[in-house]
Design a protein around this ligand. Structure first.
Ligand SMILES: C[S@@+](CC[C@H](N)C(=O)[O-])C[C@H]1O[C@@H](n2cnc3c(N)ncnc32)[C@H](O)[C@@H]1O
Length: 225
C-alpha cells in the first residue's frame, strides 16, 4: 500500500515520519537538483570512482547518481541509504550496475558489514548530512580491510568571509537541507579518524559565478592503515 508515495507496511506511517532519516520534501528537492546538475557533477563522480576494484560500499547513495560511474573492475557494490524515497529511486536505478549493486536500508553509524570486508568505501556529499560523522568514519574504518580506501567528494567549510557566513547560517541550513551542515571540516575529520590521506584536491562548485554556502568541495582518497 502506498500513501503519497510513501510505503505503509507493518510500520505505521507516523513512526516513519518521526524517523531522523525520513525527509520527504528534501528528498524530492534533492532528486530534482541532483538531476539538474548531473552533467556538471558527472566528471567529479567519475574521478571519485576511477580505478576502484573488488568489493565497494557506498554510504548514503541517495538516488544513485554514482552508479553509472563505477568502473568494470568493481565486482560488487553495497549501497546503503536510510531515506525511503531516495532508497526507492536508488533501487530503480541500480540496474545500470548490471547486477553488481545491492541497496540496503542502513545508516553509516552502524554499517551492516563484517570487519575488514570491503576494499573501498565511497562517500559523496554525505559526510555533511550524517548526524555523527566521527562514528561513521570509525565504522568505515572497521569495514575496510587494512590498506582499503576511502574515496570522498564532499562540500566543506570554506575560508574567510564565506566560512563565517557558513558558520552563521548553520543553525538554519540543516533544517532546510535534510540535516545537511554547510560548515564541516571533513578533511580534518577524515584525518582524525586515522585515515592517511593519499591525495586530495579542493574545488569550488558555483552557480554561474556565484559562490554559495555549498560551493567549497574536496575530492580525494585516503587509506585505512
Ligand atoms: C545530499 S544527499 C547525497 C546523495 C548521494 N551520495 C549523491 O552523491 O548524490 C545526502 C545523503 O545522505 C544520506 N544520509 C543522511 N544521514 C545518513 C546516515 N546517517 N547514514 C547514511 N546515509 C545518510 C541521505 O539520506 C542522503 O541520501
Amino acid at each position: 500500500m502506498e500513501v503519497a508515495g510513501i510505503g505503509v507496511g507493518p510500520e505505521p506511517v507516523i513512526i516513519r515520519f518521526m524517523s531522523t532519516h525520513v525527509h520527504p520534501i528534501f528528498a524530492r528537492v534533492y532528486r530534482a537538483l541532483s538531476v539538474a546538475t548531473a552533467d556538471q557533477i558527472a566528471p567529479h563522480r567519475q574521478e571519485l570512482l576511477a580505478g576502484l576494484s573488488g568489493r565497494v560500499m557506498e554510504v548514503g547513495c541517495g538516488n544513485g547518481l554514482n552508479f553509472e560511474h563505477y568502473p568494470e573492475s568493481v565486482d560488487e557494490i553495497v549501497a546503503i541509504e536510510p531515506e525511503p524515497y531516495l532508497r526507492g529511486l536508488a533501487e530503480e536505478h541500480a540496474e545500470v550496475g548490471g547486477g553488481r549493486i545491492t541497496i540496503v536500508d542502513a545508516e553509516a553509524e552502524m554499517l551492516p558489514a563484517e570487519d575488514d570486508s570491503f576494499d573501498a568505501v565511497v562517500c559523496s556529499l554525505v559526510l555533511c548530512s550524517i548526524a555523527d560523522p566521527a562514528a561513521a568514519l570509525a565504522e568505515i574504518r572497521r569495514v575496510l580491510r587494512p590498506g582499503g580506501e576511502l574515496r570522498y567528494y564532499e562540500h566543506v567549510l570554506g575560508d574567510g568571509r564565506l566560512g563565517s557566513v557558513q558558520n552563521r547560517i548553520d543553525w538554519l541550513w540543516p533544517r532546510m537541507g535534510g540535516g545537511c551542515h554547510c560548515n564541516r571540516d571533513t578533511l580534518a575529520a577524515i584525518k582524525e579518524a586515522g585515515f592517511e590521506v593519499e591525495k586530495s584536491r579542493e574545488m569550488s562548485l558555483d552557480i554561474g559565478r556565484v559562490r554559495t554556502p555549498v560551493s567549497p568541495h574536496i575530492l580525494g582518497q585516503a587509506v585505512s592503515p
